[in-house]
Design a protein around this ligand. Sequence first.
Ligand SMILES: Cc1cc2nc3c(=O)[nH]c(=O)nc-3n(C[C@H](O)[C@H](O)[C@H](O)COP(=O)(O)OP(=O)(O)OC[C@H]3O[C@@H](n4cnc5c(N)ncnc54)[C@H](O)[C@@H]3O)c2cc1C
Length: 389
Amino acid sequence: MSTYDVIVVGGGPAGATAAYRLATAGLGVLILEKEKFPRYKPCGGGLSLKIDRILELDIKKIVDTTVNGAYFSYGQKEGTYILSDRPVAHMVMRDNLDFYLISEAVRAGATLLTERGVKGVSHGKSGYEVYTGNQVFNCRYVVGADGVNGIVRKFIRPNAGRTIVASIEAEIPADNQLLEKHSNYVHIDFGIIPYGYAWAFPKKGFLSVGIAGFKGVLKKPKDYFDKFIKGHPALGDINGYKYRGYPIPIFRNPQNMTKGGVILTGDAGNLVDPFFGEGIYYAIRSAQIASSVVCENIRKGSPDLSAYDKFVSEEFYPEFRAAQKVSQFVYACPRIWYDILTERTELAEKYFNVLRGESKYGIFLKELKAMGGSLVKTAIKKSILRLFW
Ligand SMILES: Cc1cc2nc3c(=O)[nH]c(=O)nc-3n(C[C@H](O)[C@H](O)[C@H](O)COP(=O)(O)OP(=O)(O)OC[C@H]3O[C@@H](n4cnc5c(N)ncnc54)[C@H](O)[C@@H]3O)c2cc1C
């Protein structure tokens, strides 16, 4: 039986990126994927512009539109457009993005086996054994890229808890006139969902509509989803769309990302921004670093993946901690946040800079704190004015 240098479990953005890089480096790579491509993945498909700084492949062909800002609403009652003079995020359909990335990985030399759900990983005599229903594959390293419900993380940390955000997403067909109107901004509603937000992202032929909120707090998510659709001026009368619920594993605490020659990337490692729920950037970036560390290990002949743990601790965790603090304020006080954001639109521009990769959550948090006194005054002024509206 052949032994691969690396088995990548899962062929989403993290797995495809890792496989592409490892195969490009000349290693023997096998991707084991549970589904068949192209496959649907519930996702807003919003790629913050900072993705342009790290992507090695050209995704222009599969970008449906690039937005310059947002329409922010509060409980769908009040709303304000905040548009920048520069792009903020690309919008993609995940079936297109994932199919493109996995095809490039295969073109680079990786072997892809679809409809092979991995059931377990164990330490073998000369590396690792990866089990599907009725087959065993051998390798020197395993990249866990099997998403939120994956099994590879159980090999590394069998009992670790996670923070899950519950979400519902639907791709709702929309006519050209409507889409043209929406093509330059995303719609984000604070206030309609407790401890979360609702969105409508423009795509070619669709609006990707969804809601997300902390699991445990968000009881009956479908009711909130229906309420958002019914209250949406362009979608209220639409019926018969398919929707899917899906968990989002947002960062909560630093955790081990490696054990021996096994390494976690993307959602499998809970690498999701706890404020916005953005995970595609972190899936791709973590897979790039994970594959570089694996290549370096193979070159040196030493199974030590700690450089990856160090990278995650230094590049991602400080950002996630700052995003966590922003989220604690925003989702606890959505009314105040909405008032501040729409009155002090320079704040939105500062956040857009985070999405562009020109700033960071840590800097944004400091900016928020520095504006503290004047933001409180803004919030009080708006609250008093509302009393007389
Ligand atoms: C409703 C919703 C909206 C979102 N919106 C956005 C957004 O707008 N922007 C953004 O950046 N992020 C968003 N996210 C988060 C984003 O979807 C994820 O962070 C991202 O998909 C992570 O990529 P991944 O490659 O780690 O995992 P995935 O994309 O989940 O890929 C994992 C792959 O592994 C496969 N797999 C799973 N188990 C096994 C197994 N046992 N064996 C073999 N294969 C397996 C799966 O079939 C899948 O193909 C959203 C998430 C949700 C749920």
